[in-house]
Design a protein around this ligand. Structure first.
Ligand SMILES: Nc1ncnc2c1ncn2[C@@H]1O[C@H](COP(=O)(O)OP(=O)(O)O)[C@@H](O)[C@H]1O
Ligand SMILES: [Mg+2]
Length: 254
């Protein structure tokens, strides 16, 4: 479905990714793990068009994605969240989610931002969708509050709701559990499972090993910009090179 082959990304003298290849099976939850600086976010940036790789190719359902702009990739249904929260702090939860609707490709982003989002949503019959999505992530009681007034974990849920508003076919989540409480992380794990049950393919970067090993079908391990292992959670947890390169360095979180 999503096929990354021989991907390379260099920043000047720094090699962030080198000959990275992996496939993401449709309907799977696939996680990318690895120590800080391993290249996980860089891989997401390359897949979603936020940076142009130095080499290699990214294919989605047989078509080349490499070189397309982020908006064109999003229109194909490949939607991401960011490692650092990227909600619009001054907008309400409702309005944040409506901004996600522009990614469906029917309304220009500027029109959506320039106060026409409510009108557009009504016209397209999407306002109800936004309400359902907010309810799905458990923020119905926060709908009219400005995003900046929400606790950090809830702001991350807003971000997830914005991504869902774009109706992704492939959803890339960059450390959705970062900064969350244990209870919030468990909630997010449950949401990711439900999102997958709705037919969405999920690609996840996450440091919390309980979350990764609990929900992933396949785990890909990056270290120093290279794939050092790929397999089911049980295989990865028993993989000597992974234990050495990654889990050994942070055994407490494993
Ligand atoms: N825009 C950039 N310019 C220069 N170096 C970068 C840039 N983005 C990432 N890097 C470097 O690429 C490597 C991989 O980073 P990153 O993909 O953010 O790792 P991870 O998400 O696995 O922690 C690191 O050495 C990082 O410093
Ligand atoms: Mg990162």
């Amino acid at each position: 479905m999503l096929a990354v082959s021989d991907l390379a990304v260099r920043f000047g003298g720094v090699t962030a990714l080198e000959s990275v290849s992996f496939d993401v099976r449709p309907g799977s939850i696939t996680s990318v793990i690895g120590p800080n600086g391993a290249g996980k976010t860089t891989a997401f940036n390359a897949i979603t068009g936020y940076l142009r790789p130095t080499g290699g190719q990214i294919m989605y359902e047989g078509a080349v994605l490499t070189g397309l702009r982020p908006s064109a990739i999003a229109r194909r249904g490949i939607v991401r969240t960011f490692q650092k929260t990227s909600v619009f702090p001054a907008l309400s939860v409702d309005d944040n989610v409506l901004t996600g609707l522009h990614l469906r490709g029917t309304a220009g982003f500027l029109a959506v931002l320039a106060g026409r989002r409510r009108l557009i949503a009504e016209e397209l019959g999407l306002a109800a969708d936004a309400a359902a999505i907010i309810e799905f992530v458990g923020l119905a009681h926060r709908r009219r509050e400005v995003a900046s007034a929400l606790p950090y974990g809830e702001q991350r849920l807003v971000e997830l709701a914005v991504a869902l508003a774009a109706r992704p076919r492939v959803l890339l989540l960059d450390e959705p559990g970062a900064g969350m409480t244990g209870v919030e992380k468990a909630l997010v794990s449950g949401l990711i499972r439900k999102i997958r049950e709705q037919g969405v393919t999920v690609l996840l970067v996450e440091h919390d090993m309980r979350m990764v090993m609990g929900i992933s079908d396949t785990v890909i391990v990056l270290n120093g910009g290279r794939v050092i292992a790929e397999g089911a959670p049980a295989e990865i947890q028993a993989h000597p090179e992974v234990i050495r390169a990654y889990l050994g360095a942070s055994a407490g979180s494993a």
